[in-house]
Design a protein around this ligand. Structure first.
Ligand code: HEM
Length: 509
């Protein structure tokens, strides 16, 4: 007699369930919200993820398991555990999980951001640390930053002194975004795609279209990312990705050829594209890596600075006493006869505290970038199995009442009372991460943010629109990997220096 298929099917199901349960319970995983079958906690996560994780941490503690589909994601939200992740176990947690789109854009990690930790990563990181972000190159590119910051001042002045605009508010971000855009395209590609009249050339339009298209792809967060055996149901549009990559490569190669011709005529310039082409043989860099690196800078370096300055300005219009104190320092050190330069930073300690306090309360990448375990490790006494993703909630840590006094208060003085590093050496405040993967652009980011804020505050007094009270300013964030203000800040700018100091200081480099 043939055996009945039902008991066989039930036995097979029992085996599958036992294997899954064994896999799940063989480790002592961190606690966390109960996962649903297949989808895990994916549909319980609220859009502003770092706030949701901070809320859950109140219930489950500073180390949590959160299941994205069938992928384990460990979220840590305390300073001690951040140190375990980013210092003690840094070598085993320095890979990156790549979404399907990140894998396509980075050609499986041939760049820096999405590269796994290994010989390729070590080599490219060395190029960044020794060549691209060296103090010498940072200084050589300073005139570009000062040109762009003074262009911002000129455009705000033009705007706020127009007859119909006097005393009216404007969207602050509209003035910040061009600085970051022009600065990064000049730094990476040696190009200012936008004329002084604000017109974008053809290459610039293509560049902007590629950036916008990339963001659209990057935003997709489907279940299929996290449940590999469901991927066949959600195939990705390979054709759209290859077209996007081809378009990006085409533009980059044209720019690279222009640079090669110019370099042969008049020698190498300081921009990253020239540096990378000159160092290509010495470091054995492939064309994919050079293109990947150049676009990494755009992705990582553009929005982060705009976001930081916009949040800082929101705090400064809500806290006029702090604003006045920075202005008092600027007036004392620089006066009314000249404009600020980066050389003044060392004499502007309060401005530096404002930068630090803004990055403490509003880190633009609140969960940093995800890390991935390359081996089984123990964090906080729990097992983190190889292959899990690990996130550090730097936003929550920087607001932890156990380590910060009145953490929600915007009080730059706290950084004057104690010398606290924000570049990865103090685990209470980690806007740039720490350890092997710490942001290589941290000093550049800090300089640009400090320069933008210094100029904005020296040149103008900033106030809220009539009738808007400090508590009315919407201080919530947009969902996403980076945290733009949900409602763009509106403020009134009133000039406070002699008119001749509002001119752009252009440089041709
Ligand atoms: C306020 C400005 C900035 C902030 C707050 C910031 C923050 C961060 C954070 C949190 C990470 C991830 C660290 C980790 O995974 O452990 C990162 C990585 C990175 N950042 Fe920044 N960043 C800023 C500006 C910049 C700038 C201006 C550049 C370049 C022009 C840059 C280039 C990069 C790159 C290439 C990585 C990847 C590093 C790696 O994977 O090894 N960042 N940044």
């Amino acid at each position: 007699m043939d055996p009945s298929p039902l008991p066989i099917a039930l036995a097979a199901l029992a085996v599958v369930i036992s294997v899954l349960l064994y896999l799940r319970f063989r480790h002592r995983l961190p606690p966390g919200p109960r996962p649903w079958p297949v989808v895990g906690n994916l549909y319980d996560i609220k859009p502003v993820r770092f706030r949701c994780f901070a809320e859950w941490a109140q219930t489950y503690g500073p180390i949590m398991s959160v299941w994205f589909g069938t992928t384990l994601n460990v979220v840590v939200s305390s300073s001690e555990l951040a140190k375990e992740v980013l210092k003690e176990h840094d070598p085993q947690l320095a890979d990156r999980p790549r979404s399907r789109s990140a894998a396509r854009f980075s050609r499986d990690g041939k760049d820096l951001i999405w590269a796994d930790y290994g010989p390729h990563y070590v080599k490219v990181r060395k190029v960044c640390n020794l060549e691209l972000f060296s103090p010498r190159r940072l200084e050589a590119l300073r005139p570009v930053r000062e040109d762009e910051v003074t262009a911002m001042v000129e455009s705000i002045f033009r705007d706020c002194t127009r007859i119909d605009k006097v005393g009216k508010s404007s969207v602050v971000r509209d003035h910040l975004a061009p600085v970051a855009f022009n600065n990064i395209t000049r730094l990476a590609f040696g190009k200012r795609f936008v004329s002084s009249e604000g017109l974008t050339d053809e290459q610039g339009k293509e560049f902007k279209a590629i950036v916008a298209n990339g963001l659209k792809f990057g935003a997709s967060l489907s279940l299929a990312e996290f449940v590999w055996w469901l991927r066949w149901m959600f195939p990705i549009d390979e054709d759209a990705y290859s077209k996007h990559n081809a378009r990006r490569d085409r533009l980059t190669k044209i720019i690279m050829e222009e640079h090669t011709r110019a370099r042969n005529k008049s020698g190498a310039k300081q921009h990253f594209v020239d540096a990378l082409l000159t160092l290509k043989d010495q470091y054995d860099l492939s064309e994919d890596t050079i293109i990947g690196l150049l676009w990494d800078m755009i992705t990582a370096g553009m929005d982060t600075t705009v976001i930081t300055v916009e949040w800082a300005m929101a705090e400064l219009v809500r806290n006029p006493k702090v604003q006045e104190k920075v202005q008092e320092e600027l007036d004392r050190v620089i006066g009314y006869e000249r404009i600020m330069s980066e050389a003044d930073f060392q004499n502007l300690p309060y401005l530096q505290c404002v930068v630090k306090e803004s990055l403490r309360l509003h880190p633009p990448t609140p969960l940093m970038l995800p890390h991935k375990a390359t081996a089984n490790v123990k964090i906080g006494g729990y097992d983190i199995p190889k292959g899990s993703n690990v996130h550090v909630n730097v936003w929550a840590i920087a607001r932890d009442p156990q380590i910060w006094k009145n953490p929600l208060e915007y009080r730059p003085e706290r950084f004057a009372e104690e010398n606290i590093d924000i570049k990865g050496n103090d685990f209470r405040v980690l806007p740039f991460g720490a350890g092997r993967r710490v942001c290589p652009g941290a000093q550049l980011g800090i300089n640009l943010v400090a320069s933008m804020l210094g100029h904005l505050l020296h040149h103008f007094k900033w106030t809220l629109p009539d009738g808007v009270k400090p508590e009315d300013v919407d201080m919530s964030e947009n969902p996403g990997m980076v945290t733009f203000m949900h409602t763009p800040l509106q403020a009134i700018a009133t000039p406070r220096l002699p008119t001749h100091l509002y001119k752009r200081v252009p440089v041709d480099m």
